[in-house]
Write a protein that binds this ligand. Structure first.
Ligand code: GLU
Length: 440
């Protein structure tokens, strides 16, 4: 099987484990330098040596594939796809598949590393992975997206599987994408393999509650974090950056919990209403027009101003690196709950901590998605389905117990929640390495 793989050798990380965390974001800050700086901090806190550090800073396996696409008009295009398996010491690799024009190998590596920590922190029996294609899905028809998905799947087929690596949705992909991956994998296997992906349509073995799981988890954590900061959610205000898979439902659930959501943005712009936006009406508008921009129930706001709103809670739920050393000093929110992966750079983390802003890190705050992915995989493997209320109560229990665990660890050691969460996760992965031993 190994011979079939055209895996690129893991690129050198000679600059990574020994490098001290950057003190400024001014130079080449990328999601990967951020992820490695966070790892370096956890490693030094835990007192682990260089050998383990190097191993955890380096993906175990990475595959870069050319993905040719026949367009509807008969012309041909070529895209580049990736699948990075950062770690599988605690179980199969697990993580989403992203379609976005700026996807590159370093971004996928960072996202895969964060998946390892997320799964370890929430104690779901997986390692971390991520995939991506550098493609703008908005420029393609459904038929083209189906062909590109099936070709990408067939290219990464040798390294995925329900016990090897299980993709899920991420930015630019959805349950239809997962259905095509499941079908392509199953046709090649000769039988139906529902455990190959999570985030599938419910009629194909998806789980109740998976589609909104990340947002539900974000909401559970946001309410707990507000209370911890001494704020009553029913008297609190929030701004949500991103109105996609995570942000839209997070805004809705927060509003349902009584939080006044005063500002929401997407990649095209933002809207604001100090009395609170009607999130249901905003969602209808966004469904009809493709954007929150132009919503009649609020005033237009500059997209960049969303992060600087005078609110109690800020939920960045879009992409990496949006809070950096150039704007973290202007954040007015008391609590930040990361719906996106990697929205806050290490330099921004330091600034926010000095200013007393409570930052709940991605690997804790947005873990609801992979928790219910795990529930979906368990259900699919057993061919036995849980009710929505069972899924939701188990999700809440896991999120809140992880929150307590991270909070207790951070308070006992005077750490930021991110450092505490990363250290707890790294410790679990290191323990698995230690118990399994180094082969040969
Ligand atoms: N893409 C999601 C994340 O970043 C979900 C991953 C999964 O369910 O495997 O956590």
């Amino acid at each position: 099987m190994t011979d079939l793989l055209t895996a690129t050798t893991a690129s050198t990380v000679s600059d990574a484990p020994n490098a001290s965390p950057a003190t400024s974001d001014a130079h080449i800050a990328t999601p990967l330098t951020d992820a490695r700086a966070q790892l370096a901090e956890a490693i030094s806190l835990l007192g682990y040596g260089d050998g383990l550090h190097r191993m955890l800073a380096t993906p175990r396996r990475e595959l870069t594939v050319a993905v040719p696409l026949r367009m509807d008009d008969g012309s041909q295009r070529l895209y580049t796809g990736y699948r990075v398996q950062h770690n599988f010491s605690r179980g199969p690799a697990k993580g989403g598949l992203r379609y976005a024009p700026n996807v590159d190998l370093d971004e996928v590596r960072a996202l895969a590393m964060w998946m390892t920590w997320k799964c370890a922190l929430l104690d779901v029996p997986y390692g971390g992975a991520k995939g991506g294609i550098a493609i703008d899905p908005r420029e393609h028809s459904t038929a083209e997206l189906e062909r590109v998905t099936r070709r990408y799947t067939s290219e990464i087929l040798p390294i995925i599987g329900p016990e090897r690596d299980i993709p899920a949705p991420d930015i630019g992909t959805d349950e239809q994408t997962m259905a095509w991956i499941m079908d392509t994998y199953s046709v090649n296997s000769g039988y139906t393999v529902p455990g190959i992906v999570t985030g599938k349509p419910i009629s194909l073995g998806g789980s109740q509650g998976r589609a909104s799981a990340t947002s539900r988890g974000v909401t559970h954590i946001a309410l707990a974090a507000l209370r911890h900061a001494g704020l009553d959610p029913a008297r609190s205000t929030a701004a949500v950056q991103g109105f996609g898979k995570v942000g839209a439902d997070a805004a809705r659930f927060l509003a349902e919990a009584g939080v006044r959501v005063t500002a929401v943005s997407d990649q095209y712009g933002a809207v604001h209403r100090s009395g609170g936006l009607d999130i249901e009406a905003l969602a209808d508008h966004a469904r009809a027009t493709g954007s929150v921009v132009g919503f009649a129930g609020g005033e237009a706001l500059d997209g960049a101003a969303l992060l600087m709103q005078d609110v109690d809670l800020l939920v960045p739920a879009a992409v990496e690196g949006v809070l950096h050393d150039g704007n973290a000093g202007d954040v007015l929110a008391r609590v930040i709950v990361e719906g996106a992966n990697g929205p806050t750079t290490p330099a921004a983390d330091r600034i926010l901590r000095e200013r007393g802003v409570l930052v709940v890190p991605d690997i804790l705050a947005n873990a609801g998605g992979v928790i219910v992915s795990y529930f979906e995989w368990v259900q699919a493997n057993q061919a036995y389905w849980w009710r929505a209320d069972e899924v939701e109560s188990r999700l809440e229990e896991r999120m809140l117990s992880a929150w307590q665990h991270v909070l207790g660890y951070a308070e006992a050691r005077d750490l930021s929640l991110r450092t505490a969460a990363t250290a707890l996760a790294v410790e679990r992965v290191a323990e698995a390495h230690r118990l399994r031993g180094l082969y040969p």
